[in-house]
Ligand binder design. Structure first.
Ligand code: GLC
Length: 482
């Protein structure tokens, strides 16, 4: 039996701002318990809901040298669904209404603390990992610290590391001088072949340089990030480490996302009876959101962080054209950049019976949208994996996506001559190419309903549970630690 520790800045059910939390919450459950004991460590944010904090049990505490001070580190533990979670506590660092804030320097200090604290805590909690699986820039210093100050101690000898990139856009960058002060790392580490990138210190780069293996969350994204367009300045390094880089597509939790048992949706259905039952969810949602009640109108869903990554400028560009001439309804759920929040509020006001903008996040409403909509729009500029299109497929909601990253790997474009495909897709980042694709989908929906339903048949039959992907992670673990 080998031990694996997942280190991340968020994880379901405790704290979630994006897909990373879903992965950290669901993947460990799917790794074979016969061979691997997988546990998870995340910060103990004060914004974690009280009912979840009540599950945590205090284990240990100590003081640690960090950033010229002696700081408190508390360790708590909780068990959910058979998985042990550890929490690193320090209210000075992990306070606030949200896990992240807008001050990059503070974020770097916070997560540098997290990395050093969790490594220092390991001997005290009685769990010696053979491998630490790090997720995103917030944990990038773990492989670096293991190589540096922890390398001298027996306990940390031979601990392997994996760095998983969920989104290369976020790297944890700041001026070398400050980062040197905070991390306590010597000049040696701030060279261009180590943590330094374009004169800044870069924590994700540190993780990529020092990890034993690197993964990202789809095969296409693994290729894309080796190019200049998607490489976010690290394409050179990723090419250099290409031999250790692999793409493993994410899965979703097939128990949480199951239209046959989902308590959050109005009417349950499955791959056999969706033709009759699914539409009842649409009627219910139209009523709930104040849209015109009509079973026959094609409803398009968008559940997304409202950021540049998600291709929302393409949507802004064609919304008037789409809403003024097409028979569609658009339902939006999510928060993010103010200009996109306001853009959807504006169209909600302008096309009140056609557009429903819900500018907040609600897990319940997201399930209702997956169940109610006919199509799901995701025209991302880049998309490491994307989970929403997988949820849409599971709920018989046909994805309309741009062919990038995980979207390209998980949505097979409809081919009317061969009667294949699970969704609709377009290649170029171009608003009218997207509109043409939406209109092609409308044509199949309105004029060839039998074909449309066969697309749903194929989408609901596709398997994006964790089963296959978890095996691929296990193969990698096996290769690294046996
Ligand atoms: C990030 C990516 C998204 C991916 C998720 C989980 O949020 O933007 O594409 O699905 O991480 O890996």
């Amino acid at each position: 039996m080998k031990n694996i520790l997942f280190a991340a800045s968020e994880g379901v059910p405790f704290i979630k701002t994006g897909g990373l939390a879903d992965v950290v919450g669901s993947l460990p459950k799917c790794i074979d318990k016969k061979y691997y004991d997988v546990r998870v460590v995340i910060p103990k944010y004060t914004c974690i809901k009280q009912e979840l904090r009540d599950k945590m049990e205090f284990k240990q505490s100590f003081y640690m040298d960090f950033h010229w001070r002696n700081v408190y580190v508390g360790i708590l533990e909780a068990k959910v669904d058979g998985i042990t979670y550890y929490f690193i506590d320090n209210e000075g660092y992990f306070n606030g209404m949200k896990p992240y804030c807008d001050d990059p320097l503070w974020e770097i200090e916070k997560y540098a603390f997290f990395c050093k604290a969790l490594l220092s805590a390991l001997p005290l909690i009685g769990f010696k990992p053979d491998l630490i699986h790090c997720h995103d820039w917030q944990t990038g210093l773990i492989p670096v610290y293991l190589h540096e100050r922890f390398a001298g101690s027996d306990f940390y000898q031979n601990v392997k590391t994996v760095m998983t990139i969920h989104n290369l856009k976020f790297q944890g960058k700041w001026g070398v001088k400050d980062v040197k002060e905070i991390t306590g790392l010597s000049d040696y580490y701030f060279a261009p072949d180590k943590l330094e990138a374009y004169k800044d210190a870069n924590l994700l780069k540190g993780g990529i340089v020092y990890a034993d293996a690197i993964t990202t969350v789809s095969s296409t994204y693994a290729e894309e990030i080796k190019t200049m367009f998607y490489g976010e300045g690290l394409d050179g390094l990723l090419n250099a480490r290409a031999g250790d880089l692999r793409g493993i597509v994410n899965g979703i939790d097939y128990e949480d996302f199951n239209p046959e048992t989902d308590k959050k949706i109005a009417v349950k259905y499955n791959a056999i009876n969706f033709r009759k039952e699914k539409v009842k969810n649409k009627l219910k949602l139209q009523e709930e959101l104040g849209l015109e009640k009509d079973a026959g109108t094609m409803m398009i869903g968008i559940v997304s962080r409202l950021t540049d990554q998600k291709g929302l400028d393409l949507i802004a560009y064609i919304m008037d054209e789409l809403c003024s001439s097409d028979k569609v309804q658009i339902v939006v759920l999510g928060t993010g950049e103010e200009r996109y929040e306001n853009m959807f509020r504006h169209f909600n006001w302008k096309y009140n019976d056609k557009v429903s903008a819900n500018i907040y996040y609600s897990d319940d409403l997201s399930h209702k949208i997956y169940a109610a909509c006919d199509a799901f729009l995701m025209p991302s500029l880049f998309e490491p994996c994307g989970l929403s299109q997988l949820m849409a497929l599971r709920y018989g909601t046909v994805p309309i996506v741009r062919e990038t990253g995980g979207l390209k790997d998980t949505v097979a474009p409809y081919n009317e001559y061969e009667s294949t495909g699970t969704g609709f897709s377009f290649t170029n980042y171009n608003a009218h190419e997207m509109l043409r694709t939406i209109r092609y989908a409308e044509h199949i929906y309105y004029d060839k309903k039998r074909e449309w339903n066969k697309i749903i048949d194929r989408g609901m039959a596709a398997d994006f549970s964790w089963y296959t992907s978890a095996e691929k992670y296990q193969e990698m673990y096996m290769w690294l630690i046996g």
